[in-house]
Design a protein around this ligand. Structure first.
Ligand SMILES: Cc1cc2nc3c(=O)[nH]c(=O)nc-3n(C[C@H](O)[C@H](O)[C@H](O)COP(=O)(O)OP(=O)(O)OC[C@H]3O[C@@H](n4cnc5c(N)ncnc54)[C@H](O)[C@@H]3O)c2cc1C
Ligand SMILES: NC(=O)c1ccc[n+]([C@@H]2O[C@H](COP(=O)([O-])OP(=O)(O)OC[C@H]3O[C@@H](n4cnc5c(N)ncnc54)[C@H](O)[C@@H]3O)[C@@H](O)[C@H]2O)c1
Length: 478
């Protein structure tokens, strides 16, 4: 039986940060990890998927500029792309991350953790050894999610790819069917089509539906240009696997055959085998938390990252982790807790200020509310759109640059609620929008935030001009 101030279950990017902040705050902490320290993001999600996408994106960028275009005479070196991706995952070795954990003064226990009661955890190692841990102050659950397999007849038996197979495959499948129309489906369709697979994307919805409509429309156009067979608003009725591949029967009466099928239809929490029943919670549920990441109804239990279902993104989970690690340390030491909105110990930004980049071609970079979400939330909104290609910096950046920017304004307060950029290489423009929204910078002050000429960021000035300068007299026609 070993006692720690804090036990963190799950050493993904999020759990690591909870433990690190708590140790920096003066507590003792142990991380329990069943697989690889670093979790999904490092080995089967963000990093390998972005590595798979980046080479194709760099090649397209060169082809968009005359002079450079002529110098690009070959195709992607697929083996080199896959090798680079392998290097990003350290060939699925977590030795480097384990060193970091030790260096940060955090203990590590390898094995599958289960609650046996309040503040009590049992860890079963691969060799069957059992370690019992007790938390003096808190337990934080950071166990992440698995792909959700929808209840489509035959799908589970057809041995489908999930996000792990899609990000770690060592060969390009001759053909790939993708079920889903969200971020994983859009990114993986872009990646594998660029690498030479014949991709069919089947979505019962539209594409990227939670975002501004022009995002999904632009990504759909580019997927079709890449040769992807895009079937939207199409149900999947049945899936079977035979020697010649996977057969997918569609609601339209048509069928699709592919070497592999990727299920990208959302996520399910890894709480099914966590002993939650021993603390009065239901196995398989998401863990609902307050803004200090404390699980509702508990004063010692916290949940951070994907498992709390607030914002399934690494950066947002790590933001929660910083707040959770700090508040656990503050509460354990009897220090003041700053839990008002935007305080030190809360994850306020989870609610309506979440930035996200979808690394498709074009990229989709968005933060805050879409026009529709803002309207549904009851804001008095005004929406301003501008074609990014009309900006001098964009035309220098790429020939025939095509992209759209939108800002959603809260008219009653004169501040931004949401910003979306869709276009080549817009990802790096997102942080300015995040700062404007989180900082609630008044529109009239944004006029003083001057974008350098000629950068693509000049689209900010164009959006403000299209909106109109508060306080400036409009010229009356003579
Ligand atoms: C294909 C794909 C691409 C993505 N790309 C991006 C991106 O570009 N940017 C972005 O921000 N987000 C991206 N995401 C989302 C991102 O991967 C997740 O939000 C993030 O990994 C969540 O981190 P986490 O620490 O909560 O969970 P995880 O990273 O899943 O870590 C949880 C850890 O807990 C361990 N664990 C689980 N149960 C137990 C147990 N009982 N005992 C011990 N250990 C346990 C697991 O082994 C795992 O290591 C992507 C997701 C996918 C699927
Ligand atoms: N670049 C990034 O930031 C990035 C990249 C990949 C994933 N992620 C995150 O990972 C999470 C998971 O991504 P995802 O794409 O799996 O989920 P998602 O929620 O983005 O998309 C799920 C898709 O599956 C469809 N769907 C859901 N249930 C279905 C069913 N029963 N049958 C058919 N279709 C169904 C939905 O209509 C939707 O199109 C997301 O929250 C995302 O933010 C982020």
């Amino acid at each position: 039986m070993t006692e720690y101030d804090l036990i963190v279950i799950g050493a993904g990017a999020v759990g690591e940060n909870v433990a690190d902040r708590a140790v920096q705050g003066g507590l003792s902490a142990v991380l329990v990890e069943a697989e690889l320290v670093g979790g999904e993001c490092s080995y089967w999600a963000c990093m390998p998927s972005k590595a798979l996408l980046r080479s194709g994106s760099a090649l397209r960028a060169a082809r968009r500029v005359a002079g450079a275009r002529e110098a690009v005479t070959g195709d992607l070196d697929v083996r080199a792309v896959l090798d680079r991706r392998n290097a990003f995952t350290s060939n699925w070795s977590d030795a480097g991350q384990v060193d970091w954990v030790r260096g940060a003064g955090i203990d590590l226990v390898r094995g599958h953790a289960r609650f046996t009661g309040p503040k009590r955890i049992e860890v079963t190692g691969e060799d069957g050894t059992v370690t019992e841990l007790v938390a003096r102050h808190a337990v934080c659950v950071s166990v992440g999610t698995d792909p959700k397999i929808p209840d489509i007849p035959g799908l589970a038996e057809a041995n489908p790819w999930g996000s792990r197979e899609a990000t770690s495959a060592q060969e390009v499948p001759a053909s790939l069917a993708i079920l889903g129309g969200g971020v994983v489906a859009s990114e993986m369709a872009t990646a594998w089509a660029t690498l030479g697979s014949r991709v069919t994307l089947i979505a019962r919805s539209g594409l990227l539906e939670g975002m501004e409509p022009f995002a999904g429309e632009a990504v759909e156009r580019s997927l079709r240009e890449l040769g992807v067979d895009v079937r939207l608003h199409t149900a999947t009725e049945r899936v079977t696997r035979s020697e010649d591949g996977v057969h997918i029967e569609l609601g339209t009466g048509e069928s699709v055959t592919a070497s592999e099928v990727l299920v990208a239809t959302g996520r399910t929490p890894r709480t099914g085998d966590l002993g939650l029943e021993t603390i009065g919670l239901t196995p398989g549920d998401w863990l609902r938390v307050d803004d200090t990441l404390q699980v509702e109804g508990f004063d010692w239990l916290y949940a951070t990252g994907d498992v709390n279902h607030r914002a399934l993104l690494t950066h947002q989970g790590k933001y929660q982790a910083r707040a959770a690690g700090d508040v656990i340390a503050a509460r354990a030491r009897g220090l003041a807790v700053s839990d008002a909105p935007w305080g030190t110990h809360v994850a306020t930004a989870d609610h309506a200020t979440v930035p996200q980049v979808t690394f498709t071609d074009p990229e989709v970079a968005s933060v805050g509310l879409t026009a529709r979400q803002a309207e549904e939330a009851g804001y008095d909104t005004r929406v301003v759109d501008y074609e990014i290609g009309w900006v001098a910096g964009a035309s220098v950046h790429a020939d025939d640059y095509a992209g759209t920017a939108r800002m959603v304004v809260d008219e009653s307060r004169g501040v931004l609620l949401g910003v979306t950029f869709v276009g080549p290489d817009v990802s790096e423009m997102l942080q300015a929008a995040t700062i404007a929204i989180v900082g609630e910078v008044p529109i009239e002050r944004l006029w003083h935030a001057v974008p350098a000429y000629p950068t693509v960021n000049e689209v900010w000035l164009r959006l403000l001009e299209a909106y109109g300068r508060p306080g400036a007299e409009a010229r009356t026609p003579a």
